[in-house]
Design a protein around this ligand. Structure first.
Ligand SMILES: O=C(O)CCC(=O)C(=O)O
Length: 387
């Protein structure tokens, strides 16, 4: 008897078998498109135009070798530390050892849970109804836990190594090249897909505010960097529909109807090695399947917007708060960028730092130290911007 997802009848093995042909075809197409390589900049530090063109055409790019082995070790260790102190279930305030769970000092709880191999979002009105159709779920193993940690929210206050990564000069130069020098932050979230447990993230397009704007364009809702701490495989990774960032809002339900399953046609897996970073346009149709494979995926998301798309926007957050992104709000939230740059400078003093022009006059106030940890970084994600 499957008492975790009682309505599900497909076993994890059946789910994995059903994916096999789709994975083979998607993998072939992913390598055909390519769109991958190291961050390449010219003598003036400008991003290679061919990368911008490729991103613009397909809505994604895979940057290889962004994170060194040394840095990767620190990132993995910080994620592991957070998971070791997670509440035993979504309502608990103690961890598996009976200790007070981690993260309780933050206003927004950092841990988000889901039932193993379930689809918590598809076909519901959660996330503003952004995930219109349900994915295939599967029955987890008999000894599976009732809950699995799906996300950590507010990475930069939870794990110092992610703050160092946030200040990565190559990634920030890419953000500038794509969005302009006054680019602004969105949010920072970890996606965790444990083998045999990781839930799906139903197909969706991100972005809520600009789809019907007269000046809507292919980059209107910004992009996410997605840094991979383990290899991102076809069975555990994010899948995307290349080029769909140019289509406006598409009918995902219809696409799934035409496919006769959740395996929509033409999609490809975002494949890469540990230490690589995807850049994914938020308007691209994307999602991930229940992880019935034997491999873990951990992805660190860090999103950015063009400033003019958030300037003075009033939005309702997913938790119901209504906020206007005026100059003060944007400035305060953007301080995480120079603080990240300074954290990285302290950790990797031989590396040339990125220069964030909008807060160039406030470098001293945005040093990374115990004072800014408490007064700026703690609960910084209450000021996340969301469009
Ligand atoms: O990592 C995943 O599985 C899904 C990520 C995603 O949907 C997003 O970042 O919008």
């Amino acid at each position: 008897m499957n008492d975790i997802n009682p309505h599900v009848t497909v076993s994890a093995d059946e789910h994995a078998r059903a994916m096999a042909d789709y994975i083979a075809e998607g993998t072939r197409r992913a390598y055909e498109i390519g769109n991958r390589g190291p961050i390449r900049r010219d003598a003036n530090g400008r991003l290679d135009q061919s990368i911008l063109d490729a991103y613009s055409e397909h809505g994604f790019y895979v940057f290889e070798g962004v994170v060194s082995d040394e840095e990767l070790k620190e990132l993995r260790s910080d994620v592991e530390h957070m998971l070791s102190g997670a509440p035993i279930d979504p309502k608990s305030d103690v961890d598996a050892q009976g200790r007070p769970a981690m993260g309780q000092e933050f206003t927004r709880p950092p841990y988000r849970y889901a039932r193993p191999l379930s689809d918590p979002l598809g076909g519901t009105d959660k996330n503003k109804g952004r995930h219109p159709a349900a994915m295939h779920e599967a029955i987890p193993a008999k000894d599976a836990p009732k809950w699995t940690v799906q996300n950590l929210h507010g990475n930069l206050q939870l794990m110092d190594s992610t703050l160092c990564l946030y200040g990565h000069p190559g990634l920030l130069a890419v953000a500038e090249a794509v969005l302009g020098a006054d680019f602004v932050p969105y949010n920072e979230v970890t996606f965790i897909k444990e083998p045999g447990l990781g839930p799906s993230v139903a197909w969706h397009q991100d972005g809520t505010t600009h789809w019907d704007s007269e000046d809507w364009d292919h980059g209107a809702h910004g992009f996410n960097f997605m840094t991979q701490l383990y290899p991102s495989t076809a069975a555990n990774c994010v899948w995307i529909l290349p080029g769909s960032h140019k289509l406006g809002k598409v009918d995902i339900r219809q696409m799934m109807k035409e496919a006769g399953s959740d395996r929509i046609e033409g999609a490809i897996p975002l494949l890469c090695e540990a230490g690589d970073t995807f850049m994914l346009n938020r308007q691209v149709v994307h999602g991930s399947f229940a992880n019935t494979s034997k491999e873990r995926r951990v992805t660190l998301n860090a999103g950015f917007f063009p400033r003019h798309r958030v300037q003075d926007m009033t939005v309702e957050h997913l938790d119901g708060r209504v906020v206007t992104f005026d100059d003060d709000h944007i400035r305060e939230r953007s301080r995480m960028i120079p603080i990240g740059i300074d954290a990285r400078r302290q950790r990797f003093p031989d590396e040339a730092s990125y220069h964030y022009a909008p807060l160039a006059g406030e470098v001293e106030a945005n040093r990374w130290n115990e004072e800014t940890r408490l007064n700026v970084v703690k609960n910084y994600n209450l000021r996340d911007m969301y469009i």
